[in-house]
Design a protein around this ligand. Structure first.
Ligand code: 4NP
Length: 166
């Protein structure tokens, strides 16, 4: 790699448990960037530690699989302070996640922190609702919103790389 190669953006998706929304977002952005050739590092994590080491919820696996995205190999982990130095962008699913992130992020963290839907025109400040205690239709809605947000995030990263703001 030459010394002035473009830096590669890195994205961490965060939700509460890291078994529903953020694994879906991780899988969706990975699938999209593999198709388009966008170079980006992608991971996901949870605010809580309840599900550390677990595979995604079966309902999340199923809905992603329906669109050809395999998330079954992912394993939950908890957000750690180093994430805010190692990732250029951290996306939270809802406003409660933002509060959790702010409680964990070191003062000198460099990651840009935003809500997923901040990337979508007209949806800034809105949350992607936790489907965990809901029904199939709630997973369907979360997946649809995640695809919309991931598409917008992908396009901004493709244009602006590490300098993309949301
Ligand atoms: P997620 O959903 O934050 O989208 O992964 C949840 C999964 C598990 C729990 C809460 C939310 N839980 O309380 O165990």
């Amino acid at each position: 790699m030459s010394q002035d190669a473009e830096p590669i953006p890195s994205v961490l998706f965060v939700c509460l448990g890291n078994i529903c929304r953020s694994p879906m977002a991780e899988g969706a952005l990975r699938a999209m960037s593999e198709k388009t050739g966008l170079k980006v590092r992608i991971d996901s994590a949870g605010i809580g530690d309840y599900h550390v080491g677990d595979a995604p919820d079966l309902r999340a696996i199923e809905i992603a699989r329906r669109d050809g995205v395999d998330i079954s190999h992912q394993r939950a982990r908890q957000v750690k302070p180093r994430d805010f130095h190692e990732f250029t962008h951290v996306f939270a699913m809802d406003t409660a996640n933002i509060a959790g992130i702010n409680g964990r992020a070191p003062r000198d963290g460099t990651a840009k922190i935003a809500l997923m839907l901040d990337a979508v025109e007209g949806r800034q400040g809105q949350s992607i609702k936790d489907p965990y205690y809901g029904e199939a239709k709630d997973f369907d809605k979360a997946w649809t919103e995640i695809l919309i947000a991931v598409n917008a995030i992908h396009n901004e990263l493709k244009t602006y790389g590490v300098n993309a703001t949301f």
